[in-house]
Ligand binder design. Structure first.
Ligand code: SF4
Length: 83
């Protein structure tokens, strides 16, 4: 069975781990404009309900699942750390 691995360089994210690994059990990548206008609670657990959109380049996409380490918003998106 294939297993997806997400690699990430954002080391102040709650889900980031040594080796530049993302330890979120799921993530949501969105256009920057979408993420800027949504509450923290809108995230990967709601992905099936969200409308897909296009992006001009990688620079106009972002990880909606990002949350700063030690933030009081860590549980707002209902995403879990795998380890
Ligand atoms: S949730 Fe997003 S920003 Fe945070 S470590 Fe994973 S991929 Fe990176």
């Amino acid at each position: 069975m294939n297993q997806q691995h997400v690699h990430c360089l954002i080391n102040n994210c709650h889900y980031w781990a040594n080796g530049n690994k993302c330890e979120a059990n799921e993530i949501l990548v969105t256009p920057d404009t979408f993420a800027a206008n949504q509450q923290d609670s809108i995230d990967a657990t709601m992905a099936k309900q969200l409308t897909p959109a296009s992006a001009e380049s990688c620079m106009s996409t972002c990880c909606k699942t990002f949350v700063q380490k030690n933030s009081d918003k860590i549980n707002a998106d209902h995403i879990n750390k795998m380890f």
